[in-house]
Design a protein around this ligand. Structure first.
Ligand code: KG4
Ligand code: ZN
Length: 339
């Protein structure tokens, strides 16, 4: 069979990205233009600015991805683009661009679910990995524990009731004055602190054993800081960062390992921006080794937003014949499992 080349396009948040993927697994190019520097000035992603930056950069990013892969649009078999979930204006830039190229060059178009993309980063990192497996998706907007039953098919076991894990990192980082982006800054600060210094809550949801809840933990951190400020006690930011991070990790590890054992699935994959956290990865490695579970985790650059993962997901949808029509639109609150 001939090789299948997918051009992946991602613009759901603050990364403008394009990649060329061969046969769903091999990265020929992976270009990411990050807007972090601009949004840092405002302490978080400003949707309006994100859209404007995507429109400024997307053509160059795609050109670069094609040239890095040493191919032209004539070599591309399908275009995969994130159409949700995400910021509507940001998504629209990628969707409109993908539709324009597909129309002009008569190339099949595939709409990709951003979360399915995150899961698919594992197919790139681990060419031998095939469904079924357990996957914990821990990003800025989502925290899901799922069984990947087949390519693009998910059984959702647990989800967050309130904040996503990455969102909690971002909010706590802001509260202790570390700024945006919160995850990497907390991880760095936590290295100087003691994870057992402060006893923050590990929330378990009573009636849904695999669900997550991080808003109580976030409030506990804010209360701790407010109380210290009122009584004039010094706050050790490194201890707060380390203790908070440990509380998040404990819950993420516990739910994933428990579900893997309950469902007798011995393959556990991680996905999403929070999975780039080194302390978290070590905790998962230890817990998986103890429980005879094989851990799969994409390299950090494939955990945070990128278009290689979108190209990988698009490949499997393309093979199933799931093509988008010319009416493909951005769906900002697209749910996992919805097409
Ligand atoms: O998957 P992602 O790039 O975008 C979404 O789809 O949401 O995830 C971004 C999230 C942000 O909340 C960011 O703070 C978090 O991932 N993150 C981290 C780390 N790097 C990024 N969280 C903890 N530790 C990190 N090293
Ligand atoms: Zn993402």
């Amino acid at each position: 069979m001939d090789d299948c080349l997918i051009l992946g396009i991602e613009s759901s948040c603050d990364e403008t990205a394009a990649a060329v993927i061969k046969n769903g697994r091999e990265v020929l190019s992976n270009v990411i233009s990050s807007q972090i520097d601009i949004h840092t000035l405002y302490g978080g992603v400003v949707p309006e600015i994100a859209s404007r930056k995507h429109i400024e950069r997307i053509n160059q990013v795609i050109r670069q991805a094609l040239s890095d892969a040493n191919v032209t649009l004539d070599d591309i078999d399908a275009i995969g683009v994130t159409y949700g979930p995400g910021l509507v204006g940001a998504l629209l830039v990628g969707v409109a661009e993908a539709k324009a190229i597909a129309f002009a060059k008569n190339i099949p178009l595939v709409g990709v679910h951003h979360i399915e993309g995150h899961v698919s980063a594992n197919y790139i990192q681990h060419p031998e990995l095939e469904p079924p497996f357990m996957c914990e998706i821990i990003s800025g907007g989502h925290t899901h524990l799922v069984i990947v039953k087949d390519y693009g098919e998910f059984e959702i076991l647990g989800r967050t009731r309130d904040d996503a894990a990455g969102e909690a990192f971002d909010k706590v980082a802001r509260a202790i004055g570390l700024g945006y982006p919160g995850g990497p800054k907390i991880e760095k600060k936590a290295k100087e602190g003691n994870p057992n210094a402060i006893e923050f809550p590990r929330a378990h949801v009573a009636d849904a054993e695999y669900d997550f809840s991080f808003s109580g933990l976030k409030s506990a951190v804010l209360n701790y800081i407010n109380k210290a400020n009122m009584t004039g006690e010094a706050v050790n930011e490194a201890d707060v960062a380390a203790s908070f991070q440990q509380a998040v990790i404990d819950v993420l590890v516990d739910n994933a390992i428990r579900a893997s054992k309950d469902y007798k699935i011995d393959k556990l994959a991680l996905a999403g921006g929070v999975a780039s956290n080194g302390t978290l990865r070590m905790a998962f490695e230890e817990a998986c080794a103890k429980n005879n579970i094989k851990l799969y985790c994409p390299a950090p650059v494939l955990c945070t937003d990128n278009a290689a993962m979108i190209g990988a997901a698009a490949y499997y949808e393309f093979k199933k014949g799931n093509l988008a029509g010319w009416d493909l639109n951005a769906v900002p609150n697209l749910k996992l499992g919805e097409k």
